[in-house]
Design a protein around this ligand. Structure first.
Ligand SMILES: Cc1cc2nc3c(=O)[nH]c(=O)nc-3n(C[C@H](O)[C@H](O)[C@H](O)COP(=O)(O)O)c2cc1C
Length: 390
């Protein structure tokens, strides 16, 4: 196996940043930052993954500097970190320093929960949740969110005003500027899974008739303005990675794009705003995204299509080294490891993606990357690793 994945251990130049290899720790919410402040335990957790040869770490979602960025979103959050204020910034500085001390590289994942934040929760309960059109999602989407949460969220609220939109964008820019000042090596933007940015992209939650809504390109405007503001805040050098997904937590069957042309309408404006890498969030990397496309392109997964329609680099993720995707393993109580490296590498060798995201496997085994390089046996995955910080 070591020979098989050896190409992933070639360095990659990402703008001015050089990564030692192409294995990326996927962003994973951990709930271990009381008061929004990551402590020594969080620094140790990330630096262990860096020491284990993970080429790039993307942190858990980190709340941007906006009062409705974080709250309860139906997944049992309590101690989510944020990226503003003296104490949290000092905590993140320690994380960055410890990761750098062992040769690692790290991006924060900038996160605004948007419609997923339950009204009245989080550090600023009196501030309304940010919803493009006051809509949480469809009334009968396929979701794993608890029924009482969904019922509360389905109540329509007011739509964001121009001023609200400008405030949120400014909050992203402030947190990105903090990230740069702290020494982070790039910025990851959470534009997926039904959170704020994604709800501007999605026609179900964006029914606006002003310049923030309309067709796919028009619905990308919010993401475009966020990327532009971040680019201005961090300058031309720092790499920006943008995560997107077809599926939403409000409806696992949702799709932003049914064809490559539609995907290009969504992503190309965002690419042109200053993105370097698209991170295509799916549960199973080995699935063709647009099954009715003929010829060799018909095999491409979502990361492959993102790269093709934008010309940017891309990252694949979803079940690398594991038999079961994230929601399936939650239901089944765990996941068996899978030797799916051959399938992964066949796609990599065809140039579908440049980076490989690894989620749950890296929770279980901080040395996952070095073991992959050396062909060693991984720790078997169990769901217990989701609720501890080791
Ligand atoms: C415990 C846990 C927390 C997660 N939190 C986030 C998050 O904060 N932001 C995000 O974009 N994705 C999040 N994800 C999704 C992962 O980044 C990744 O896409 C998913 O786990 C699939 O990769 P895997 O099959 O290698 O685990 C989370 C996944 C898990 C298991």
């Amino acid at each position: 196996m070591s020979n098989l994945v050896a190409p992933l251990f070639e360095p990659l130049q990402l703008g001015s940043l050089r990564l030692n290899n192409r294995i990326v720790m996927a962003p994973m919410t951990r709930n271990f930052s009381p008061g929004g402040v990551p402590g020594e335990d969080v620094a140790g957790y990330y630096s262990r993954r860096a020491l284990g040869e993970t080429g790039l770490i993307i942190t858990e979602g980190v709340g941007v500097d906006h009062p409705s960025a974080l709250g309860e979103a139906g997944i049992g959050e309590s101690d989510l970190p944020h990226l503003y204020g003296e104490a949290a910034l000092a905590g993140w500085r320690r994380v960055v320093e410890q990761v750098h001390a062992v040769g690692g590289r790290i991006f924060p994942q900038l996160w605004h929960q948007g419609v997923m934040r339950l009204q009245g929760t989080g550090p600023n309960p009196h501030i309304p949740s940010s919803r493009p059109s006051g809509i949480w999602g469809p009334p009968a989407g396929l979701t794993s969110s608890p029924a009482d949460y969904v019922a509360a969220q389905l109540v329509p609220t007011t739509a964001m005003s121009e001023e609200d939109i400008a405030d949120v964008i400014a909050g992203y820019a402030r947190s990105a500027a903090h990230a740069k000042a702290l020494g982070f090596d790039g910025i990851a933007i959470h534009g997926a899974h039904g959170y704020l940015i994604d709800t501007f992209l999605w026609c179900v939650t964006n029914a606006r008739t002003d310049a923030w809504g309309g067709d796919r390109k028009a619905r990308s405007r919010f993401a475009v303005e966020v990327v532009k503001a971040i680019r201005t805040a961090v300058g031309p050098e720092l790499p920006i990675l943008f995560r997107f997904s077809q599926w939403k937590q409000q409806d696992f069957k949702a799709r932003l794009a049914a064809t490559p042309e539609e995907l290009q309408d969504v992503l190309l404006p965002i690419a042109e705003a200053g993105v370097d890498v698209f991170d295509a969030s799916v549960r199973y990397f080995n699935r063709a995204e647009f099954a009715d496309i003929k010829g060799s392109d018909g095999e491409l997964n979502l990361a492959g299509w993102a790269k093709k329609v934008t010309g940017c680099m891309s990252m694949t993720v979803g079940g690398v080294g594991l038999e079961n995707g994230m929601y399936d393993s939650n239901k089944q109580g765990g996941a068996h490891s899978s030797n799916n490296f051959q399938l992964l590498m066949a796609r990599y060798e065809r140039g579908e993606f440049d980076l490989v995201g690894v989620g749950r496997s890296l929770l279980q085994d901080p040395n996952w990357a070095s073991k992959a390089r050396q062909g060693q046996v991984f720790e078997p995955f169990s769901n217990e690793s989701l609720s501890v910080l080791t």
